[in-house]
Design a protein around this ligand. Structure first.
Ligand code: ATP
Length: 367
């Protein structure tokens, strides 16, 4: 069993709390992604697991062993870095074999494992080359190969795709997912890219300022973000957020911001009842606006009429920048055929059962 547990892990560097009381329970075979903006502490959290940083307090458990004070080489982990960290003077074969040689693995066993993994990764024809004779994508494969041949209990990956160009990044991303499925090795993967996190992780741990914000499946993070930070970090373009007033009407609970007036469905409204008469932050994702025929747009609390500022046709979809309440820009993601002109006033339907509201002070999700 190679479960990984962070038990109240805190890491301070003089004056800076990089990781603040982190608790994570990562299952055997799970692909867990640590994601968050630059400086949120995700790399430090990974380095604590690797043993490259000594934790200030708390414990780290790998499998059934508390490894908090165990040196990196005895933790049975393998790490893949953003800059590949290959030995430049060694061939691909020797780079891949290095860790096994250090551990005294028999020569035939090393040869068998290197050949096998090189075939899996499609680098078996490159074994006699040096790193400088390889492309960035090939180097990253060698770095992955070097981790895989060691057959560790846990893979740790720190932004392994960020030095690759966009196309190669998407391709290698899919390869890592397939590889992890095939090997079933517990993997902790650090990235600042929410798309990478959403596509790769079985579960995602979202961090901000050293603090875990939410640990959940990609779909739950998207559908039920715990707070405003997670709501705006996950999803692209980001969720639109603006202040709105909560008010009770005969039709049900409404959220109102200038001319924009939306009626919440009964269940969502019920959760906001105690906010009647107060202000909340309203959140609407761009994809929850839809084009509607003017004739169908009954005044039923599900439509908005807003002026268009900018139209971005992206081929598969169109992004509309709309002038929202208090002059704020709202982004709507609509069908590619819908391309109004700047200055037009458009009517859109809102998926009112997908609306979110946040406490303006604590920023916790209200609904
Ligand atoms: P990035 O994506 O930019 O690498 P990150 O989320 O991985 O960011 P960390 O590198 O873990 O963030 O850094 C978290 C905080 O800890 C930052 O404020 C950083 O400046 C600080 N920090 C990290 N390493 C050290 C160190 N060795 N000494 C002092 N402060 C550090």
């Amino acid at each position: 069993m190679a479960q990984v547990i962070y038990d109240h892990v805190t890491k301070r560097f003089d004056g800076v709390t990089a990781v603040n009381d982190l608790n994570l329970d990562i299952a055997d075979g799970e692909f867990l992604v640590l994601v968050g903006p630059s400086g949120c502490g995700k790399t430090t959290a990974l380095r604590c697991l690797a043993g490259l940083e000594e934790v200030t307090s708390g414990d780290i458990i790998i499998g059934d062993r508390v490894v908090t004070h165990v040196p990196p080489k005895d933790r049975d982990i393998a790490m893949v870095f953003q800059n590949y960290a290959l030995y430049p003077h060694m061939t691909v074969r020797d780079n891949m074999a290095f860790g096994l040689k250090l551990r005294g693995t028999p020569k035939e066993e090393i040869e068998r494992r290197v050949k096998n993994v090189a075939e899996i990764l499609g680098i078996d024809t490159l074994l006699d080359r040096k790193p400088k004779q390889l492309s960035g994508g090939q180097r990253q494969r060698v770095a992955l190969g070097r981790a895989i041949v060691r057959e560790p209990q846990v893979f740790l990956m720190d932004e392994p795709l960020s030095n690759l160009d966009a196309k190669l990044r998407v391709q290698t991303r899919a390869e890592i997912i397939k590889l992890q499925q095939r090997l079933g090795t517990t993997t902790v993967y650090v990235t600042h890219d929410q798309v990478e996190a959403m596509t790769m992780g079985h579960r995602i741990a979202v961090m901000n300022a050293g603090v875990l914000q939410q640990l959940d499946t990609p779909q739950n993070l998207y559908d039920r973000p715990a707070n405003l930070f997670v709501a705006t970090f996950i999803g692209s373009p980001a969720m639109n957020v603006f202040p709105a007033h909560v008010t009770t009407t005969p039709e049900g609970l409404q959220v109102v911001a200038e001319d924009l007036r939306l009626t919440l469905p009964a269940e969502r409204g019920a959760r906001l009842r105690e906010w009647d008469g107060k202000s909340v932050l309203l959140g609407i994702r761009p994809e929850h606006f839809h084009e509607v025929n003017e004739a169908d747009a009954a005044p039923d609390g599900r439509h908005v009429r807003l002026p268009v500022e900018l139209v971005e046709p992206l081929g598969a979809e169109t992004l509309l920048h709309l002038r929202g309440p208090e002059g704020r820009t709202l982004v709507a993601r609509v069908e590619p055929e819908f391309q109004p002109d700047p200055g037009d006033v458009v009517t859109l339907t809102v998926d009112v059962d997908q609306i979110h509201a946040f406490d303006p002070d604590s920023q916790a999700t209200l609904t």
